[in-house]
Ligand binder design. Structure first.
Ligand SMILES: [Mg+2]
Length: 305
């Protein structure tokens, strides 16, 4: 280990500070985290040119996004984050500058969500910036909410407007719905939940496949974000809401009575839109101008090979 790397680790360790449930933190061979039992684990690898663009996206926002997408996955399980592990592959030129900016964004969000940074690895190479963050968490209340519990008759709800998150940089500045998910989890029985990352259309298919139900949504009820160009006609704007992705709003299903209760009195700080229903007949469909059509799965999917 070089002297420079050692100073960097010491700096990160100082900034990470202490936390009541971190028994051994940054600087030892492994961290020791006190947990209450079951542990949620989520990880995301983000790459320059795919998930952000170095030179166009400020490093603070890149760091923020790399942690936020993981916190959003913990939110989707209705969990509470307990610690984050951060690994960086830094480009050799401007690596130090980039790392400092990244960590400013990371630490700020980590503090906001009471999620201590407990370890990681920092390397440099001739390639572009790659950041991997793993977040650990614990389930709350009635346990984690998975994708497989939707039932025919359930209503489908979403916590905010969708579309246009890439050009507006909302994909870097969004606030993970961690407290909102827990308030919903306390208020009603959540049958299934996920955070919208691939796009509403793709993520509806994820619920349909995991739960073995059909889903029907109504185009008129889908909240379209003001980041989507308002001068566009309705259908192109709807497509942005369905397919852009990286909205990081919660998409969940509850039974009819719970949906009515939530819509009549949403938990504090939670915005809700009812967009459709689960049905027996398999498939995902959308009602557009009184005609029910198969929904095209056109959101973001990673390409391999
Ligand atoms: Mg997710």
């Amino acid at each position: 280990m070089s002297h420079a790397e050692w100073n960097w680790i010491a700096d990160v360790r100082r900034r990470a500070g202490s936390h009541p449930h971190v028994r051994v933190g940054i600087g030892d061979d492994a961290a020791l985290l006190k947990t209450s039992g079951n542990v949620l684990v989520t990880t995301d690898m983000l790459m320059d040119g795919v998930d952000f663009i170095v030179g166009q996206t400020p490093p603070e926002l890149i760091g923020r996004k790399c942690l936020a997408v993981n916190l959003s996955d913990i939110a989707a399980m209705a969990g509470r984050p307990t610690g984050a592990v951060v690994s960086l592959a830094l480009p050799k030129s401007h690596g130090r500058e980039l790392a400092e900016g990244l960590y400013r964004g990371l630490f700020k969000l980590a503090e906001e969500f009471d999620c201590p940074i407990i370890g990681g690895d920092t390397n440099s190479w001739d390639g572009p910036l790659v950041v991997n963050v793993t977040v650990l968490g614990e389930p709350t209340g009635a346990g984690p909410v998975t994708r497989s519990g939707a039932r025919p008759g359930d209503r489908i709800l979403v916590t905010g407007p969708l579309g246009g998150s890439l050009p507006s940089l909302r994909h870097c500045t969004f606030t993970p719905r961690v407290p909102e998910a827990r308030r919903l989890h306390q208020a009603v029985s959540l049958h299934t939940m996920l955070d919208i990352s691939d796009g509403l259309a793709s993520d509806l298919f994820h619920i349909a496949e995991s739960s073995g139900v059909g889903l029907e949504i109504d185009a008129r009820t889908i909240p379209i974000h003001s980041d989507v160009d308002p001068s566009l006609p309705f259908e192109p704007r709807l497509k942005h809401a369905l397919n852009d992705g990286e909205d990081f709003e919660l998409l969940f299903c509850v039974d009819g009575a719970d949906a009515e209760r939530l819509l009549a009195k949403p938990p504090d700080g939670v915005t809700l839109f009812a967009i459709g229903r689960c049905v027996q007949q398999p498939g995902v469909r959308i009602r557009v101008r009184d005609e029910m059509k198969p929904l095209i799965r056109a959101g973001w999917e990673h390409q391999f090979g």
